[in-house]
Design a protein around this ligand. Structure first.
Ligand code: NAD
Ligand code: DAU
Length: 339
């Protein structure tokens, strides 16, 4: 099969490219990525010579580029990871999120219709459900939870989900959607909490924790997410939404302290800073459906995953040092100075 993976030079897409080439060496993976600030060819360096892998640079919102991609590569399946993915950046510049996350999804699906693909899979997020209160540990997001978004990022992802379901109902496009909780692992861009803490702590720099650090996220090792998507695109039902998560809730402060312990760095590096506007309090996924229908369960425990992740950042310093030495400095100043 020919599988187009959009956003494959980013964090989860990059891990998915590696996963697929290893698990399904008979398939051909075509990575299509615009190489925004979040895309990194170093993430794909060790697969560039693989005869079952092709890289094409392009924007999912560009109809002409997308059309030639489909004409040249005849995909059976399209998995759309390409997105503006950072909530804080969506507060700085919402328009770009609409362009890529909503319009880009529409352009990809138009090409899927034209070239009669077998499956279009939309990689979505638990953030489309909004948040849960901190004092109701009994509540979880199911696939039936109403969409109720907080940030321009989550609103753009929810809009894309609605468009995907509309293409299923109106045009019969064979689609599926997965909504996953927070991922962590190798190749994670250092603007996000866990790699930010690792890279800052290694330089003995302050660790910005929003508000009181009480917000809760439901963490999943990225390879478990890749395995879930792999099962959905091959065995999941058309027109369905699947939640992905592993009942692994932690407050941000617990996460930061776990990383510091793993690194042998002091908690005195922690700085409580002004909160994120509209900050979602708690995410918690109920993954019953994907377990029941596809047998999926997470395999990596949080302490093991954090250990592997910290080791990866220690063993791959050039990968993240190239990132934080460039334009990232300006972003960091804009986001964190005077906070
Ligand atoms: P990322 O920011 O690390 O990577 C995004 C990739 O998309 C980059 O390689 C970038 O160059 C590419 N891209 C951006 N705009 C593009 C465009 N217009 N055309 C083509 N390529 C473009 O993101 P990520 O964390 O790997 O997230 C991937 C997907 O998974 C996103 O759709 C995100 O909403 C979703 N998701 C992420 C998480 C998480 O914890 N990171 C959890 C659930 C869902
Ligand atoms: O839940 C899935 C989502 O997880 C994905 O859809 C998003 O693409 C992904 O970025 C992630 O969103 P979050 O906003 O949860 O991730 P982030 O790493 O930005 O923040 C995690 C938590 O840590 C959140 O409560 C905000 C807090 N935080 C974050 C940063 C960057 C801090 O306290 N300090 C920080 O400097």
């Amino acid at each position: 099969m020919n599988i187009i993976v959009t956003g494959g030079a980013g964090f989860i897409g990059g891990n998915f490219v590696h996963f697929e080439l290893k698990q399904h060496p008979e398939d051909h993976i075509i990575c299509y990525d615009a190489l925004t600030y979040a895309g990194n060819m170093e993430t794909l360096a060790d697969v560039m010579d693989n005869p079952h892998f092709t890289f094409v640079k392009g924007n999912i919102a560009d109809r002409k580029q997308v059309d030639s991609l489909f004409r040249d590569h005849h995909p059976d399946i399209v998995v759309n990871f390409a997105a503006e993915s950072h909530v804080d950046r969506s507060i700085l510049d919402p328009g770009l999120f609409l362009q890529t996350n909503v319009l880009g999804t529409g352009v990809l699906m138009d090409a899927c219709r034209k070239y009669s693909i077998k499956r279009y899979h939309q990689v979505s997020t638990d953030e489309v459900y909004g948040d849960l209160p901190l004092d109701r540990a009994d509540l979880f997001f199911t696939e039936m939870t109403p969409l109720h978004t907080s940030s321009p990022y989550s609103a753009s992802k929810a809009s894309a989900d609605l468009l995907v379901l509309a293409y299923y109902r109106t045009f019969g496009l064979p689609v599926s959607i997965s909504r996953c909780s927070n991922n962590y692992g190798p190749y994670h861009f250092p603007e996000k909490l866990i790699p930010l803490i690792i890279t800052q702590a290694l330089a003995d720099r302050p660790l910005p924790v929003y508000g009181k650090g009480e917000n809760v996220r439901d963490w999943l090792y990225v390879v478990d997410h890749c395995r879930a998507i792999d099962q959905i695109i091959r065995k999941g039902r058309e027109g369905e939404v699947y939640n992905i998560g592993g009942h692994n809730e932690r407050t941000n402060l617990q996460v930061v302290k776990t990383v510091l312990k793993e690194l042998g760095k002091p908690e005195s590096l922690i700085r409580f800073v002004a909160d994120r506007p509209g900050h979602d309090r708690r995410y918690a996924i109920d993954p019953t459906k994907i377990h029941r229908e596809l047998g999926w369960l997470p395999e990596t425990k949080f302490d093991d995953g954090i250990h592997q992740t910290v080791q990866w950042y220690l063993n791959n310093k050039p990968w993240w040092q190239h990132i934080i030495s460039g334009e990232y400095q300006n972003y960091y100043r804009e986001m964190y100075s005077n906070r």
